[in-house]
Design a protein around this ligand. Structure first.
Ligand code: ADP
Ligand code: SF4
Length: 705
């Protein structure tokens, strides 16, 4: 039974000519599949619709080859041949009673045109942001008319595809409609530049064009950034308030957020749930049209509060809908404690950044809906009465035990420590990572509901214990530990003076409470988050900290998760010194020898301690011993042994969760051939696109692929 306090979330909302069945709105989000993988894309969006979202949006959609985003893979509506891919998504979303929304965009100087090789266009001449170091030319009045035509025609194509809501996009510093607003990008002296009225002109025209073209049946939404944090060269809150006032009643829906993307999808390390509220609160007071906004909302109580306090009319979610596509359904059915809450790690963003299908730390099925036919809520029942022993209760072991339990297997989960969660439990106690504990907490909550999963704490199993236990299937998820000797990406060998040196610490030492004092060098040869988190911890404990890396920038992989700017800012604010392009080559006494990676010039750096964040070693001794004793398995009743997660190959928490889930999915299932997933444009699978939604060739298939 649903909590009556949450009833308000299930009220319908009229948006122009269409009605959202409830207040859950999956705002546009990138996914690395886009136009290149339309079947996977449509299946992913369908899962959201099935999970109860009233509106399911695309990512940004290119409207013309002069706004080509290659190599990023977004939606595309350059001409009629692009319609079927989006029609497929619409059909699948509509099948569950949800509305489909399309975010049209021409990215002007923030496109790349790497594929189309068109000259980039912008309000004024300016360097481009992506692609080659090229410049965009200023748009003539003819170009502006053309841009309006492309937008109008794309809107009509969207309507033909079956879209219910068409977005005009003026957010994230990514679209011409926004670029014309920004003084730093728009220095025109004609009627489209200068005064605010002039800079808003194009946005107003495009909104009106879109309403005229498709507004009879489609709602027209405006996605608008209210603050860029760049001072008067960018959109600032005071000016944004004026703009919302000027356009208040023109769109059917206001979707408001912060720019750029790194200020919108801020990692949980740097912003809490609902962090955009102070910026967007004014919008509802300025317009009578419905307002949607985001804030990594996962708590139904927070959502209700947003509505009741008059902040929003619709709860916008990208990441929470990725982590749990069934979030609305769970609230509707009074199962809010089943919500798999987003942890704000932004691994989902890395799919777009690395131009590969989306993945999620919390939801291992994300991006696999079509490819592997994985459903976030359903899983095949067990194939036999076999018992399964899972050793290690980190993210891999917990997820394996949970999903095996869901399949109905009798599962025993043994953990050496007195707490569950492995690295997640330990890392979540480091500065800024508290929300990551949700990876553990959700799984423990689910396992508690499964009578067929038994959990044993304080149970460090030996190989003999495993054999004596007598389970048919054994899966080892025993994790890994950080190396002490400096061996890592840059160094294939141990660095002299580091191994066995009591002045050298690892991230494991810090998590175990063994902390250095005085002047500490954090040696980062890993490039992701651990080193900056360690530096922060030590600085907060009063150490003088130098963050040293052979890379040319600190924590370069964090660019993929939108952490980078926030990390740099925090390191600078905390007074943590950055020393880039330097290697550690030795440590004797208190003298650390460092070497400039370009000149090879060496110098000594006096420090009291070094924290190595270089590489990890799998904790696979148990696996190795059991492999050596394979001859004893049959007598012990063991028919299969697997090693998964960090114990197999140390990686992200996302890798460990995925490994645990995959193990559970595949146990006793027949292999699907050599390649374990479906591929786009494999002739048999491409048929799905020609006959969307299992229909015989008909309306859609008349559009040429
Ligand atoms: P992963 O990320 O692959 O899940 P973790 O390092 O987070 O790996 O978790 C591994 C867990 O396995 C840790 O909690 C650790 O205490 C536990 N573990 C390691 N060896 C054993 C063992 N022999 N018996 C039981 N638990 C073990
Ligand atoms: Fe949330 Fe991380 Fe999943 Fe993205 S990858 S949806 S931030 S849990």
């Amino acid at each position: 039974m649903r909590d009556p306090r949450h009833d308000i979330l299930f009220e319908p909302v009229k948006i122009g000519p269409v009605t959202a069945k409830n207040r859950f709105f999956q705002v546009p989000h990138c996914n690395g599949m886009g136009h290149a993988m339309p079947l996977a894309h449509a299946a992913m969006r369908e899962t959201k619709a099935e999970g109860g979202w009233a509106v399911v949006s695309t990512e940004e959609c290119e409207i013309h080859p002069s706004g080509d985003l290659t190599p990023y893979v977004e939606a595309r509506l350059w001409d009629d041949r692009d319609i079927p891919a989006l029609a497929l998504m619409c059909d699948k979303v509509h099948a569950h009673g949800a509305l489909a929304a399309l975010e049209l965009s021409h990215n002007g100087p923030t496109a790349s045109n790497l594929y189309s090789r068109e000259v980039l266009i912008a309000p004024s001449p300016q360097p481009t942001k992506y692609g080659y170091p090229h410049q965009a030319r200023a748009m003539t009045l003819h170009d502006i008319r053309e841009y309006r035509r492309w937008h109008r025609e794309a809107a009509i194509r969207g309507k033909r595809a079956g879209m219910d809501i068409i977005y005009v996009y003026a957010a994230h510093d990514l679209s011409l409609a926004m670029h014309f607003l920004q003084r730093r990008r728009n220095q025109r002296s004609d009627e489209y530049g200068g005064s605010l009225e002039n800079r808003v002109r194009l946005l107003r025209e495009v909104l009106q064009d879109t309403k005229d073209a498709v507004g009879d049946t489609c709602a027209v939404a405006l996605r608008f950034a209210v603050e860029e944090g760049l001072g008067s060269g960018g959109v600032e809150l005071a000016e944004a308030q004026e703009i919302v006032g000027m356009l208040a009643e023109l769109p059917d829906l206001w979707d408001v957020n912060l720019a750029a993307w790194y200020n919108d999808s801020v990692p949980s390390r740097f912003a809490a749930e609902g962090a955009q509220e102070p910026f967007i609160a004014f919008v509802k007071k300025t317009t009578s049209k419905p307002v949607v906004g985001v804030g990594r909302f996962t708590s139904p109580d927070t959502m209700v509060s947003q509505l009741k306090r008059g902040m929003l009319d619709l709860i916008g979610c990208a990441r929470p809908s990725i982590a749990d596509p069934f979030l609305p359904k769970k609230i509707e059915e009074g199962r809010a404690d089943d919500i798999r809450e987003c942890i704000g790690c932004n691994v989902c963003v890395s799919g777009d950044m690395t131009i590969s299908p989306i993945r999620c730390t919390q939801n291992p099925t994300m991006g696999e809906e079509w490819r592997k036919r994985w459903h976030p809520e359903r899983i095949a029942p067990k194939r036999s009465a076999a018992r399964v022993l899972v050793v290690g209760a980190g993210p891999a072991g917990l997820e394996a035990a949970r999903a095996l339990g869901q399949r109905g297997y009798e599962v025993s989960l043994a953990e050496a420590r007195r707490e569950l969660g492995g690295r997640v439990a330990r890392e979540s106690r480091l500065p800024g990572l508290a929300e990551w504990a949700r990876v553990r907490d959700w799984r423990i909550g689910q396992i508690r509901k499964l009578a067929n999963v038994a959990v044993y704490l304080d149970s460090a199993l030996t190989a003999q214990d495993v054999l004596d236990f007598g389970a048919e299937h054994v899966v080892l998820a025993t994790g890994c530990r950080w190396r002490h000797d400096g061996c890592g990406r840059s160094h294939g060998f141990a660095i002299p003076g580091l191994a066995e040196n009591p002045r050298v610490f690892t991230v494991d030492d810090l998590m175990d409470g063994r902390l250095p004092e005085g002047k500490v060098v954090v040696y980062d040869d890993d490039g992701y988050y651990h080193a900056s988190v360690a530096a922060e911890l030590l600085r907060l404990r009063g150490c003088e900290v130098i963050h040293l890396t052979p890379e040319d920038s600190l924590a370069p992989w964090t660019l993929n998760t939108l952490d980078y700017r926030h990390v740099r800012k925090r390191m600078a604010e905390l007074g943590i010194e950055a020393l880039v392009s330097h290697e550690v080559t030795g440590y004797a006494g208190s003298a650390l020898t460092v070497e400039d990676v370009w000149t090879h010039r060496q110098r000594e750096l006096a420090c009291d301690a070094v924290v190595t964040v270089t590489a990890r070693l799998p904790d696979d001794a148990l696996y190795q011993e059991l492999c050596r004793r394979e001859a004893e398995w049959m007598d012990a009743g063991v028919s299969s042994l697997r090693c998964i997660g960090d114990a197999e190959a140390p990686g992200l928490i996302a890798h460990a969760v995925y490994a645990g889930h995959r193990y559970a999915r595949e146990l006793e299932e027949p292999a699907d051939g050599e390649v374990a997933f479906r591929r786009h444009f494999h002739s048999a699978d491409a048929d799905d696109l020609r006959r969307p939604h299992g229909q015989p060739p008909g309306r859609r298939s008349q559009e040429t692929l």
